[in-house]
Design a protein around this ligand. Structure first.
Ligand code: NAD
Length: 255
């Protein structure tokens, strides 16, 4: 019961799986939550100190069951990483209500539901909530009316959680990843989008799952014990820059 436990949603692959692995390296146990049963069983099957829970974070009954099973297995929860997310891009006029809801259900409702359900457990450990938003929640862009809006809402939800739950010792922070070559990103990033990101990112490349996991686990750890209500972009500098970056690169840069 002394061993710390994290609940990571969307843990079957991508950033959630890398975060799981880093928690395990830190000596934590991990409750791996994902609605993709096959991928989750495969990922959990080759790891120790984990338990897989096949649940959908956008379904209230699933979240109730997930909370019950997580506590039955671990007895405590020290960190909740709300990482499960879906990306569906499209122009405003082609984003029908069903698509809008699919994005909001997981990206926003899921964060609200899981955080609320695990708040009593997090009160006991004075634990941490870590929400995954996106640079698309910080800066507007084409095709992201649902995705970008859901992520902007997650940023605000994080601040609400920090404001209200701080008196119980619960910290709430938000990480905004820049582009990472996961299944989610590759499904919506055309070559044009990939090139545009390279141009707009000072570090001139995509990030890795591991680079994101480092930031996520740091904010969940005691090393960040006085940090709450913060939004940290792990994005190669994308959010901090303005216009003209490609023009200033290479031979055209003034010496
Ligand atoms: P991914 O698609 O590789 O993994 C996401 C996982 O979440 C999948 O295993 C999926 O089955 C699971 N999932 C989705 N909806 C779920 C639900 N309702 N209930 C339970 N599980 C669910 O994605 P990723 O790239 O690792 O993304 C992780 C997070 O990072 C997401 O919130 C995403 O929006 C965010 N993000 C990713 C990028 C990127 O470039 N990859 C950039 C910015 C933000």
């Amino acid at each position: 019961m002394d061993q710390k436990t994290a609940v990571v949603t969307g843990a079957a692959r991508g950033i959630g799986l890398a975060t799981t692995d880093l928690f395990l390296e830190m000596g934590w146990r991990v409750v791996m939550v994902d609605r993709d049963g096959a991928a989750l069983e495969e990922a959990a099957g080759i790891r120790q100190s984990v338990t897989p829970l096949v649940r959908d974070v956008s379904v209230p009954e699933d979240v109730t069951a997930m909370t019950r099973d997580a506590l039955a297995w671990a007895g405590r929860v020290d960190a909740l990483v709300n990482n499960a997310g879906v990306a569906e891009f499209g122009p405003i006029e082609e984003t029908d209500f069903a698509k809008w809801r699919r994005v909001m259900e997981t990206n926003l409702d899921g964060v609200f539901l899981c955080s609320q359900a695990l708040t009593p457990a997090l009160k006991e450990t004075r634990g941490a909530i870590l929400n995954i938003a996106s640079i698309s929640g910080l800066r507007a862009s084409t095709l992201r009316v649902a995705y970008g809006t859901s992520k902007a809402a997650v940023i605000q939800l994080t601040k609400q959680q920090a404001a209200e739950l701080g008196e119980y010792g619960i910290r709430a922070n938000c990480v905004c990843p820049g582009p990472v070559r996961t299944k989610l990103a590759m499904a919506v990033h055309t070559q044009e989008i990939i090139d545009a990101y390279h141009d707009a990112i000072p570090l001139n490349r995509y990030g890795s799952e591991r680079e994101l996991a480092e930031v996520i686990t740091f904010l969940c750890s005691d090393k960040a014990s006085y940090v709450t209500g913060q939004v940290l972009a792990a994005d190669g500098g994308f959010d901090s820059t303005g216009v003209g970056l490609p023009a200033l690169r290479g031979t055209s840069a003034p010496s």
